[in-house]
Design a protein around this ligand. Structure first.
Ligand code: AMP
Ligand code: MN
Ligand code: MN
Ligand code: MN
Length: 285
């Protein structure tokens, strides 16, 4: 049987706009059979998602998307199928959220210097008591007329060299991979074609990731073109890695990344789920 997999998605526990419960309901209606909730630097949404999936035909896989600094830039590592209670993983993620909290205040201070008052408080309101992401600042800035849309606002305010950009150190690559592996999970490089790296640098990243114990590249992603998908499938084979597929869904406001509407993996890529049990990957989180 051909199952529909979507192994990269977000909820209100990070910068998605659907609650974990609503995300699970939406995944069911979109025909997804196996879903991973992969919030940024937190597993907080997994228990609500697991309760929502209980008794349904949806198989929920535990997930997280870890922010990593590598080669002077930010890279995202997705973890799948780990034990969310693992203490080392949780201590690591908590460190990243502490940095996030400070960074959010600093973004607020920098935007204030630029003449935009109360951005921190605004972003905090959008985050509803969960962690604060640049996405929450982006929503605040767009809704208050500082920028026309969610694509432009990042370029205008929130990326390198712009008034609200704060550089910082996230997790080291091998630590992030070790947290995931140590918790019994599998590490995946998220949307590898999105980092604007040269071919040489990307292959160096994949090499170090493989060396650290990483097992897969996200070959199918809403942020990949067809050409990029085939290139990433080739890289996965070159490094004897498996291939993952995820929409990076953040909610109905960003329809270009829609849940469960993914191209099939190229024939010659080895799916990360080959050999996974068909039992629910997370029976009770
Ligand atoms: P953070 O982890 O807080 O730095 O925020 C990163 C998040 O911002 C990503 O996961 C995306 O959801 C979002 N993001 C980053 N760049 C863009 C962009 N150019 N357009 C839209 N969303 C973006
Ligand atoms: Mn995001
Ligand atoms: Mn990402
Ligand atoms: Mn993501």
């Amino acid at each position: 049987m051909n199952l529909s997999y979507d192994l990269h998605s977000h909820s209100t526990a990070s910068d998605g706009t659907l609650s974990p419960r609503d995300l699970v309901d939406y995944a069911l209606s979109a025909g997804v059979d196996v879903l991973a909730l992969t919030d940024h630097d937190t597993t907080e949404g997994l228990s609500e998602a697991a309760v929502a999936a209980e008794g349904s035909r949806l198989c929920l896989v535990s997930g997280v998307e870890i922010s990593v600094t590598w080669g002077g830039q930010v890279v995202h590592i997705v973890g799948l199928g780990f034990d969310p209670q693992d203490p080392t993983l949780q201590v690591g993620l908590a460190e990243l959220r502490t940095f996030r909290g400070w960074r959010a205040e600093e973004i607020g201070r920098r935007l204030a210097k630029h003449g935009i008052a109360d951005a921190y408080e605004g972003a905090k309101r959008y985050s509803n008591g969960h962690l604060i992401s640049r996405t929450h600042f982006a929503r605040f800035l767009v809704d208050n007329g500082f920028s026309p849309d969610m694509r432009k606002v990042f370029k205008q305010y929130l990326t390198q060299g712009k008034p609200g950009h704060v550089a910082g150190e996230w997790a080291e690559l091998d630590r992030a991979v070790n947290w995931i592996q140590g918790a019994g999970g599998e590490a995946v490089i998220a949307h590898p074609a999105r980092y604007n790296m040269t071919r040489t640098k990307l292959r160096r990243l994949i090499g170090e990731f493989t060396e650290a114990g990483g097992v897969a590249l996200e070959v199918v992603s809403s942020s990949h073109s067809k050409d990029e998908m085939f290139t990433m499938a080739k890289y996965s084979r070159d490094f004897s890695l498996r291939a993952s597929a995820g929409s990076d869904y953040h909610g109905p406001e960003t329809p270009w990344a829609n849940l469960g509407k993914l191209a099939p993996l190229p024939d010659n890529a080895v799916p990360i789920w080959r050999g996974w049990s068909t039992e629910k990957a997370v029976a009770a989180v």
